[in-house]
Design a protein around this ligand. Structure first.
Ligand SMILES: [Zn+2]
Length: 370
């Protein structure tokens, strides 16, 4: 459990190890949510709310701007044998903490927790009010999302002028995210015994032009608010055929389009309908992207503070993250936290502990207006 006494004076590494050692695989976040809630309720400068296993804490300094720092409490399942408790390896500045959640995304959570405890005390008052959001069920179906539930129950608690999501970015800023849409492209045929194939029509053969159009497709690179997003249209599944001696009467190619955040979901759908003209196209799943919002003055200050602390230029985020939910609420959002995103969900997840202090310092100096 997180011991409130270890924050903020102790090493951030101890806090991160403690947070990692409270297992919180999706659906099992209660213990960590309880620990986070207890820690935050101990801080007289924070107003704390609980919704299921989500915890929201806010400063109420009456500032005219509000910044949201948000992150999910859950992790993907442990490995067998388990990759917990977290283990510290190496020495000095080269130390790494290894274990489930160290990258995705308890390093980000730890930085936010340390800031929540520190900022708002007399003498450490931020120039914006700050809302901290710790939520459950991110690593599972979108319908279970704790952040989605907060959007439904208490959108007022998520209001802000700018949000930072603690997904791993190797301490660089990754702005916005691509949208994603999945469609099924369906072909029909006529079933027959394969010994008398001339009596049927082969639906799998009819899908050949669909695959040819995908193979020939040249994905765009689209500049949005100064960042270049790479798109992609790919077959991610194909089904058809019911037996080894039957001409198939149906075939379905599942296609996923990752589209730049300057396009709407409707525009993405229209693009796919045009690409697969002449075929039946059924949308099965779609989520909008999010613009990076780096043209906002608050975001520009943030980018400058991060640049000063880490030397990293803003980059686009290709994968879909919860920044899109904030964008839908009208809150521009970026991803920023320690940890290599390529190691998220990896069996050997590990974070260089030096990054914890770098990220804390970048956020701290930005929020204090230093
Ligand atoms: Zn994550």
């Amino acid at each position: 459990m997180v011991d409130p006494r270890v924050v903020p004076s102790s090493d951030l590494v101890d806090l991160l190890a403690a947070v990692c050692d409270v297992e919180s695989v999706s659906g099992d976040e209660a213990a960590l949510a309880d620990a986070v809630e207890a820690l935050l309720r101990d801080q007289p400068h924070l107003e704390v709310h609980r919704d299921g296993d989500a915890v929201v804490a806010r400063t109420t300094l009456g500032r005219d701007r509000r910044v949201v720092l948000a992150g999910h409490l859950d992790t993907v399942p442990l490995t067998d044998p388990p990759n917990l408790p977290a283990r510290l390896e190496g020495s000095g500045d080269d130390r790494v903490l290894r274990g489930r959640g160290t990258v995705d995304m308890k390093a980000g959570l730890t930085v936010f927790l340390a800031l929540a405890v520190e900022l708002g005390r007399p003498g450490s008052e931020p120039t914006s009010d700050v809302t901290y959001v710790f939520y459950d069920h991110e690593e599972v179906e979108a319908t279970k999302s704790g952040l989605g539930r907060l959007v439904r129950h208490r959108p007022d608690l998520l209001a802000g002028d700018f949000a930072v999501l603690g997904e791993p970015t190797s301490s660089g800023i990754e702005g916005g995210c691509n949208g994603t849409i999945r469609v099924e492209v369906r072909t029909r045929g006529r079933a027959a015994h394969s010994a008398r194939a001339w009596r049927g029509e082969n639906a799998i053969h009819a899908a050949a032009p669909v695959l040819a159009r995908l193979a020939d497709y040249e994905p765009a690179q689209v500049e949005v608010d100064g960042l270049v997003y790479r798109e992609g249209v790919n077959a991610v599944g194909i089904t058809g055929g019911i037996a080894g001696n039957v001409i198939p009467d149906a075939c379905t190619v599942t296609v996923n389009y990752r589209f730049a955040p300057s396009r709407t979901e409707a525009e993405a759908e229209a693009h796919l309908r045009e690409l697969f003209e002449g075929f039946e196209v059924v949308v099965t799943d779609s989520s909008p992207g999010a613009r990076p919002g780096l043209d906002d003055p608050l975001a520009a200050d943030f980018a400058a503070a991060v640049l000063a602390a880490t030397g990293g230029e803003p980059r686009p985020k290709y994968g879909w993250t919860d920044v899109a939910r904030f964008a839908q609420l009208g809150v521009p959002a970026v991803n920023f936290a320690p940890g290599d995103p390529m190691l998220a969900h990896a069996d050997d997840e590990r974070v260089p502990v030096a990054e914890l202090a770098v990220c804390r310092e970048a956020l701290r100096s930005w929020l204090l207006g230093a």
